[in-house]
Design a protein around this ligand. Structure first.
Ligand SMILES: [Fe+2]
Length: 269
């Protein structure tokens, strides 16, 4: 169900999520998940033809695009925290626009929301839409038998969850920060969901052998630091990605940037 390998500097995580029998019609659906790009300038933005606008934005954008293109995602989900420096905003939007996906959904992260006082939030929303992303702010997006619910940010927003009225729909929650889950979702809510996807912790960015994340920026400390979790009572699966970019310390140690390729599969396959 879980496979990860590092391809150069980028770790590619493959998740196969088993479908309960009533959702077997979703067998083979592909979800491409990425989060926390935190773009920052590492040189002049290129104007030469042939170079991507995000070439000097401190992340392996071209490699991610190649991986995404070859995966042919049905859904592409962005978990928030697009830029660290606002001068990279246009490059970030150009990158999001270039990502493939028949349906593209996004939630906001704390870095996206914290600057709302001086960077008009409606601009962020409009530009996400220009990049063909549907921003989800405590709201659902239902398409082809899957219901996605996008949460508001835990630190700078008011996350809220409303379960679906029927159990006949496969349900997935996208939340920037895994702290949102115990904060906004009751045990009954968790039973209404099959998959939860989060970012924010960066897996700690710096991971020590035998200990893992040194810092997680989570009120729960190391509880949701990185990787795949399963809630014992509801059996909902939660994946916390290490994300792509960096914050504060400009380094990753034993914690490469990663992207997540999710395939829904019939149970038993
Ligand atoms: Fe974050």
């Amino acid at each position: 169900m879980f496979r990860a390998h590092a391809d150069g500097a980028l770790r590619i995580v493959s998740l196969r999520i088993p479908l309960p029998g009533r959702f077997s019609f979703l067998d083979g659906r592909r979800i491409f998940f990425l989060s926390d790009t935190h773009l920052r300038p590492t040189g002049a933005f290129p104007s030469e033809p042939g170079l991507s606008p995000w070439s000097n934005a401190g992340f392996p954008g071209d490699e991610i695009l190649r991986e995404a293109d070859s995966f042919h995602p049905d859904f592409t989900l962005f978990g928030g925290d697009l830029v660290r420096h606002i001068c990279c905003f246009d490059a970030g939007i150009a990158f999001l626009k270039a990502l493939p996906g028949r349906w593209k959904l996004a939630v906001y992260g704390n870095w996206d929301k914290r600057r709302a006082a001086w960077f008009p939030f409606r601009v962020f929303e409009q530009e996400l839409k220009h990049a063909s992303f549907h921003p989800l702010l405590n709201e659902p997006f239902v398409m082809e038998g899957i219901r996605f619910w996008g949460m508001d940010d835990f630190k700078f927003g008011l996350p809220r969850y409303v379960p679906p009225r029927t159990d006949k729909i496969f349900s997935c929650v996208l939340a920037h920060n895994p702290d949102t889950v115990p904060y906004a979702m009751s045990p009954d809510d968790l039973r209404s969901v099959s998959l939860i996807l989060c970012g924010h912790t960066h897996g700690g960015q710096i991971r020590l052998p035998g200990y893992g994340a040194v810092l997680t920026s989570s009120v729960f400390g190391k509880r949701f630091e990185y990787g795949l979790y399963e809630h014992r009572e509801s059996s909902v699966k939660l994946y916390v990605t290490a994300g792509i970019g960096i914050t504060f310390l400009p380094v990753r140690f034993r914690c490469p940037p990663e992207i997540v390729k999710i395939t829904l599969v019939r149970s038993g396959e």
